[in-house]
Write a protein that binds this ligand. Structure first.
Ligand code: SF4
Ligand code: SF4
Length: 158
Protein backbone atom coordinates (compact mmCIF):
# COMPACT_ATOMS: atom_id res chain seq x y z
CA UNK A 1 0.00 0.00 0.00
CA UNK A 2 2.74 2.44 1.07
CA UNK A 3 4.91 1.43 -1.89
CA UNK A 4 2.02 1.96 -4.29
CA UNK A 5 1.39 5.49 -2.96
CA UNK A 6 5.11 6.26 -3.08
CA UNK A 7 5.42 5.18 -6.71
CA UNK A 8 2.29 7.10 -7.63
CA UNK A 9 3.69 10.27 -5.92
CA UNK A 10 6.97 9.94 -7.80
CA UNK A 11 5.08 9.44 -11.05
CA UNK A 12 2.96 12.57 -10.45
CA UNK A 13 6.06 14.60 -9.50
CA UNK A 14 8.00 13.56 -12.60
CA UNK A 15 5.07 14.13 -14.95
CA UNK A 16 4.46 17.59 -13.48
CA UNK A 17 8.15 18.41 -13.88
CA UNK A 18 8.10 17.28 -17.50
CA UNK A 19 4.99 19.35 -18.16
CA UNK A 20 6.74 22.49 -16.89
CA UNK A 21 9.91 21.68 -18.82
CA UNK A 22 7.93 21.16 -22.01
CA UNK A 23 6.55 24.71 -21.67
CA UNK A 24 10.01 26.12 -20.92
CA UNK A 25 11.50 24.22 -23.88
CA UNK A 26 8.77 25.53 -26.18
CA UNK A 27 9.52 29.17 -25.31
CA UNK A 28 13.24 28.51 -25.61
CA UNK A 29 12.72 27.67 -29.26
CA UNK A 30 9.96 30.30 -29.82
CA UNK A 31 11.32 33.41 -28.02
CA UNK A 32 9.06 35.78 -29.99
CA UNK A 33 6.00 34.34 -28.28
CA UNK A 34 7.14 35.24 -24.77
CA UNK A 35 4.67 37.72 -23.28
CA UNK A 36 6.24 38.37 -19.87
CA UNK A 37 7.64 41.90 -19.34
CA UNK A 38 11.44 42.04 -19.41
CA UNK A 39 11.79 44.68 -16.70
CA UNK A 40 14.08 46.63 -16.35
CA UNK A 41 15.31 46.12 -19.92
CA UNK A 42 12.00 47.42 -21.25
CA UNK A 43 11.87 50.45 -18.94
CA UNK A 44 11.52 52.87 -21.88
CA UNK A 45 8.48 51.10 -23.32
CA UNK A 46 6.97 49.82 -20.08
CA UNK A 47 3.19 50.08 -20.11
CA UNK A 48 1.54 50.93 -16.80
CA UNK A 49 -2.19 50.92 -16.28
CA UNK A 50 -3.73 54.40 -16.22
CA UNK A 51 -4.95 53.93 -12.66
CA UNK A 52 -1.54 52.89 -11.32
CA UNK A 53 -0.52 55.12 -8.40
CA UNK A 54 3.18 55.60 -7.76
CA UNK A 55 3.56 58.75 -5.68
CA UNK A 56 1.87 62.07 -4.93
CA UNK A 57 3.34 65.05 -6.78
CA UNK A 58 2.52 68.74 -6.97
CA UNK A 59 1.91 70.16 -10.43
CA UNK A 60 4.04 73.14 -11.49
CA UNK A 61 3.77 74.97 -14.79
CA UNK A 62 6.55 76.42 -16.95
CA UNK A 63 6.59 79.56 -14.76
CA UNK A 64 7.25 77.44 -11.66
CA UNK A 65 3.76 78.23 -10.40
CA UNK A 66 1.38 75.82 -8.69
CA UNK A 67 -2.21 75.84 -7.46
CA UNK A 68 -1.64 75.05 -3.79
CA UNK A 69 -3.23 77.55 -1.42
CA UNK A 70 -1.98 75.86 1.73
CA UNK A 71 -5.55 75.07 2.81
CA UNK A 72 -4.40 71.80 4.48
CA UNK A 73 -7.42 69.83 3.20
CA UNK A 74 -5.05 67.14 1.91
CA UNK A 75 -3.28 66.90 5.25
CA UNK A 76 -6.59 66.50 7.06
CA UNK A 77 -7.82 63.90 4.56
CA UNK A 78 -4.69 61.77 4.84
CA UNK A 79 -5.40 58.87 7.20
CA UNK A 80 -1.84 58.29 8.37
CA UNK A 81 0.01 61.59 8.63
CA UNK A 82 1.88 61.27 5.33
CA UNK A 83 1.41 64.95 4.54
CA UNK A 84 2.49 67.96 6.58
CA UNK A 85 1.70 71.43 5.27
CA UNK A 86 3.73 74.30 6.64
CA UNK A 87 2.20 77.66 5.84
CA UNK A 88 3.41 81.23 5.93
CA UNK A 89 1.87 84.64 5.32
CA UNK A 90 2.67 86.53 2.12
CA UNK A 91 2.10 90.27 1.90
CA UNK A 92 0.12 91.29 -1.20
CA UNK A 93 1.00 94.48 -3.18
CA UNK A 94 -1.95 96.11 -1.37
CA UNK A 95 -0.25 95.31 1.94
CA UNK A 96 -2.69 92.55 2.91
CA UNK A 97 -1.58 89.36 4.64
CA UNK A 98 -2.43 86.19 2.73
CA UNK A 99 -1.88 82.59 3.79
CA UNK A 100 0.43 80.69 1.43
CA UNK A 101 2.29 77.43 1.37
CA UNK A 102 5.83 77.40 2.69
CA UNK A 103 6.60 73.68 2.51
CA UNK A 104 4.56 70.68 1.43
CA UNK A 105 6.14 67.71 3.17
CA UNK A 106 5.33 64.28 1.81
CA UNK A 107 6.48 61.08 3.50
CA UNK A 108 6.52 58.63 0.61
CA UNK A 109 7.55 55.85 2.97
CA UNK A 110 4.20 56.17 4.76
CA UNK A 111 1.96 56.70 1.76
CA UNK A 112 -0.55 53.94 1.00
CA UNK A 113 -1.53 55.56 -2.34
CA UNK A 114 -5.15 55.72 -1.19
CA UNK A 115 -5.75 58.91 -3.24
CA UNK A 116 -7.78 60.63 -0.50
CA UNK A 117 -5.52 63.70 -0.50
CA UNK A 118 -5.96 64.16 -4.27
CA UNK A 119 -9.73 63.92 -3.95
CA UNK A 120 -9.75 66.43 -1.08
CA UNK A 121 -7.74 69.10 -2.90
CA UNK A 122 -10.11 71.87 -4.04
CA UNK A 123 -7.69 73.31 -6.61
CA UNK A 124 -6.28 70.13 -8.19
CA UNK A 125 -2.83 71.16 -7.07
CA UNK A 126 -1.63 67.60 -6.52
CA UNK A 127 -1.98 64.37 -8.46
CA UNK A 128 -0.74 60.81 -8.55
CA UNK A 129 2.36 60.18 -10.66
CA UNK A 130 3.35 56.78 -11.98
CA UNK A 131 6.97 56.71 -10.77
CA UNK A 132 7.58 53.48 -8.96
CA UNK A 133 11.35 53.06 -8.67
CA UNK A 134 11.60 54.46 -5.16
CA UNK A 135 14.35 52.29 -3.66
CA UNK A 136 16.92 54.22 -1.64
CA UNK A 137 19.58 53.26 0.89
CA UNK A 138 18.65 56.08 3.24
CA UNK A 139 14.96 56.23 4.17
CA UNK A 140 15.17 59.94 4.92
CA UNK A 141 15.38 60.42 1.13
CA UNK A 142 11.74 59.26 0.96
CA UNK A 143 10.65 62.40 2.75
CA UNK A 144 10.09 64.93 -0.01
CA UNK A 145 9.26 68.57 -0.42
CA UNK A 146 6.60 68.74 -3.13
CA UNK A 147 6.58 72.49 -3.82
CA UNK A 148 9.59 73.31 -5.99
CA UNK A 149 12.26 75.73 -4.83
CA UNK A 150 11.25 79.33 -5.60
CA UNK A 151 7.76 78.36 -6.77
CA UNK A 152 4.66 80.40 -6.02
CA UNK A 153 0.91 80.17 -6.31
CA UNK A 154 -0.61 80.89 -9.72
CA UNK A 155 -2.41 84.20 -10.08
CA UNK A 156 -6.15 83.86 -9.60
CA UNK A 157 -6.09 80.61 -7.59
CA UNK A 158 -8.01 81.08 -4.35
S1 SF4 B 1 -2.41 58.94 -1.07
FE1 SF4 B 1 -3.43 58.53 0.90
S2 SF4 B 1 -1.77 57.96 2.28
FE2 SF4 B 1 -0.81 58.93 0.52
S3 SF4 B 1 -0.61 61.07 1.10
FE3 SF4 B 1 -2.54 60.89 0.00
S4 SF4 B 1 -4.08 60.55 1.58
FE4 SF4 B 1 -2.08 60.17 2.52
S1 SF4 C 1 -2.43 70.51 -2.14
FE1 SF4 C 1 -4.56 71.13 -2.32
S2 SF4 C 1 -5.53 70.41 -0.45
FE2 SF4 C 1 -3.32 70.36 -0.09
S3 SF4 C 1 -2.84 72.31 0.88
FE3 SF4 C 1 -2.54 72.57 -1.32
S4 SF4 C 1 -4.50 73.37 -2.08
FE4 SF4 C 1 -4.89 72.52 -0.04
Amino acid sequence: MFLKEYISDVYRGVSSLLKGMRKTGYYFFHPKEIVTEQYPDNRATLHLSERFRGEVIMLHDENNEHACTGCTACELACPNGTIKIITKFDISPEGKKKKAIDTFIYHLELCTMCNLCIEACPTNAIKMAQNFEHSVYDRSKLTKKLNHEGSKIREGVE
